[in-house]
Design a protein around this ligand. Sequence first.
Ligand SMILES: Nc1ncnc2[nH]cnc12
Ligand SMILES: [Zn+2]
Length: 336
Amino acid sequence: MLEELRKIPKAELHIHIEGSLEPELLFSIAERNKIELPYKSIDEVRQLYQFHNLQSFLDIYYQATNVLKLKKDFYELTYSYLERVHRDGVCHVEIFFDPQSHTSRGVLFSDVIEGIHEALEQGKKDFNISYFIIMSFLRHLSEEDALEILEQSLPYKHLIKAVGLDSSEQGNPPSKFKTVFSKCKDLGFLTVAHAGEEGPPEYIWEALNLLNVSRIDHGVRSIEDKKLIEQIIENKIPLTVCPLSNIKLKVYEDLKQHHIKELFDLGVRVTINSDDPAYFGGYILENYIQCKNSLGFTFKDLCKISKYSIEASFLSQVEKDRLLTEIDEVESSYLI
Ligand SMILES: Nc1ncnc2[nH]cnc12
Ligand SMILES: [Zn+2]
């Protein structure tokens, strides 16, 4: 079954490229950039990856991000991720990057986006993985800061498909970013937002009604609001769920308690993603496998979830139809 799961063409729609920085790469880039790390070994770093909530993770994530300085670093980070998920059967990625966490340290916006973009182009040639880039605003910063980075991004607008909203959720509701999201829409960007990871269902309502998002990132706390679930089902709003992330960040104590299967059974278009795979114990395929093992998803269910990931992507309908047919072929060859 593992081999069959690997073969299902999947889209990954919720991956922070900075969250794919494996300790090995962290050390090698730090050495190249002559940055002294506060840890001595890879093992010591991995031991730090015990989190009790989102903020305890973000503190370590932003610290590690500090080693990324040059275009070459962003290229290497992104290409390593693609090399890795190619083995998981990923055919399309929509990756987040957090420009503010780099430009605030003096890194050039151009180096960040060009490094990421060139790696994605190379990955398309080498692994046949298509892509879109999503620029994420850091919600713990002000809306003025978001407007400022939006301004800096405009020369690279052709490389950015959508904007998102991430970082510390509690106390930073989507409504804080209404103006910048409205400006982004006017400029032609699509929009997504993290909501209902740790924050209440009200934040999901705000993301839908005030930011007009195409997808909700995480969204697991929608289960607490019956009306919201009805709305999500009726309007076919996809949720980009990250099961192993939710366990590592203690949204749930155990995968068996996760609501993804309940949401799926209700008819919500859930997708399975990795979020920050270098920190959370698994890339996308591992998330699929553990959902199957802990929550009783069948192979057919997981094919349906992959189809949701294609349908929820920003690909053209022609591209979607081609990939949906490929999933049908994998599914029927397994079920024969
Ligand atoms: N899981 C997550 N939630 C919010 N912001 C993030 N940035 C990176 N990972 C994140
Ligand atoms: Zn995320």
